[in-house]
Ligand binder design. Sequence first.
Ligand code: PEP
Ligand code: MG
Length: 752
Amino acid sequence: MSERTDSESESRKLLRRLRDTLAEPGKGQERLDRITHIIADSMRTEVCSIYLFRDADTLELCATEGLKPEAVHKTRMRVGEGLVGRVAREQRPINSGNAPAEKGFRYMPETGEEIYSSFLGVPIQRLGERLGVLVVQSKEARQYSEDEVYALEVVAMVVAEMTELGAFVGDDPAMAALHQQPVMFRGGVGQEGVAAGHVWLHEPRVVITNLVADDPEAESIRLHAAVDQLRLSVDDMLSIAGSGDAEQLEVLEAYRMFANSRGWMRRMEEDIARGLSAEAAVEKEQSAARARMETVPDPYLRERLQDLDDLSNRLLRILTGQGHDTGASLPKDPVLIARNIGPGELLSYGRKLKGIILEEGSVGSHAAIVARALAIPLIIHAERITTEALNGDYVLLDGEQGVVHLRPEESVAAAFHDKMAMHAKALQRYVSIRRKPALTLDGQTIALHMNAGLMADLPSLSGSGAEGVGLFRTELQFLVRSQMPQRAELAALYSRVLDAAGGKRVAFRTLDIGSDKVLPYMKREEEPNPALGWRAIRVGLDKPGVMRMQLQALVRAAGTRPLTIMFPFVAEASEFYEAKGHLDHVLKQEQKLGRPVPEKIEIGAMLETPSLAYAPDRFFESVDFISIGGNDLKQFFFAADRENELVRRRYDTLNVSFLQFLEQIVERCNATGTALSFCGEDAGRPVEALCLAAIGFRILSMRPASIGPVKHLLRKVHLGELKAVIDDAGRLGQASARGAVIEHLSKGGWAL
Ligand code: PEP
Ligand code: MG
């Protein structure tokens, strides 16, 4: 027998002994102790220790064979501290014949480890989730062989799985504490609101129960059969995709490349030879890829590793026969947790969800757009939540602060429920003023409209008390599809929107794509600065076929009913005239075909770049209305990317210069008698909304949920006084009027 085969069969024996330990009854701690004993015995080392994470930064010695037993549950170290801490931080093995001479070595006197020279530590991790460190030590000063390192990594994989399965929890309180702790996550706010509910994992993990296998040959045959099936399914996907979208093809080609990769197969074969089952081998390589993913800075390579990850999941599902459906049923109050989710999938859950928490995503991602449209609180960038959360865990989501409490402590939950009760009470208050006007103390009436984008939004029109839809984002219908919608389909949809609006005005904004909103089926070039690139009306004017198709759909949907259309992102007047030219053409064509046309058409422009504020008077006279897209306008005024977490909150909307700039637009519109509204997110933030009204805006369009709070405050404010406060802040040279405004409002005894 070769040395290699020898060590493989040793390894298999060891794994079998571990598996048997798992099957035996016993408390968590007893099992851990037995495991360290078995590993030390089998690897012929004097010491074997298991360190597990106590919290995100601290490791704790949880079991040992060879070190002093008193040190168990006492010795702790930070990630990065000592050799064990370094293994945890770097997520790769450290193998040293002379540990005390190693960089970063830290001597822990209570363990009695000073007599051991050699040290081998490997990470205990599963699918990128760091769980702990497995260490063997010997007196003899020697490097462990490559084979031994590999063998210990395979063992660590099994220990990881046991840890995850809660094999060490038992009824031992010290161990139980490691696994059911409350965890708090900080993320970004995708959609405000608070929610409490139970975790629903969008893509539950494949559960592997047979880690260790007795018959490597049989496992190898299973692996090959599953990989063959996987290759066929990838080929199928490729032939269905045909010559379609380049990006989709690229992903599928990458899938195919991995599915045929010899290196990947070889590594999994080796894992099997050492005693892992086929699925455990797949997962071991998947975990290694995830660990690499965390360290690779190149976004292209990261995406490829992500492809490998997806492919591994497919392979696991083939091997285990587990589909996405694990048999778990959706809780009554589901809070969806996912790495990321597409808009279509989110829509299929609909309003059933109480909240959404994503590890990735961005404020402008399609999922965020849909969550906003459905008014479901959304937290993005909650790192590692999919690995921490289990189906059914209780979770609190604070979409005001961007905080998630998983398995919260009672005191946290109690404070949170108070907050939710306050919200509910406030909502009650808003219902009572739903039919009342937003009439200020100095007799100004502000028209409050709502933003929408889906048919599902329309019921909010009466529920919120909105006077109309000030912004209908038509791109959502394009974003949630896998191919360009047909004109007839769009016409039917717009017509239903108008029906549902029951005569209230709906301002349809033509397709606003580009920047962060990318249509999967529309070919486009990579752009260095997409927010400044080929987007919105620029795309429409360069692709008049698409623009006219949409305009025709709108005209047909309206029939003879009044129709309001606005063009997004107009940077100079000529773009508006050209777009209007397309509309005139469409109207003439319709008339020529003998079709009805709207009895009244309002055509507006969105002012989203500072340039348009300085357009000639003629422009202001020729538009029926102007709507300020505050999200984009602010982004360009301050040159601060609205999608970039590092800068997006850096500049205040109540910055005095910005308010003065907005006021100039109000004045220009007043001078030409042009209707003006404001429809960015700021219109729905109560203090901002008051200030916009104070500087002269009479129409605000916002998320339906904001209408109540904004109206409530408007009815208590004297706009003239507030305007004086803002002007004073400017005269005093303050950067932002916020401080002065809040002080003024608090004097009025307002709880904001
Ligand atoms: C805006 O820019 O303020 C706006 C309303 O448009 P969107 O957020 O869709 O870009
Ligand atoms: Mg915009």
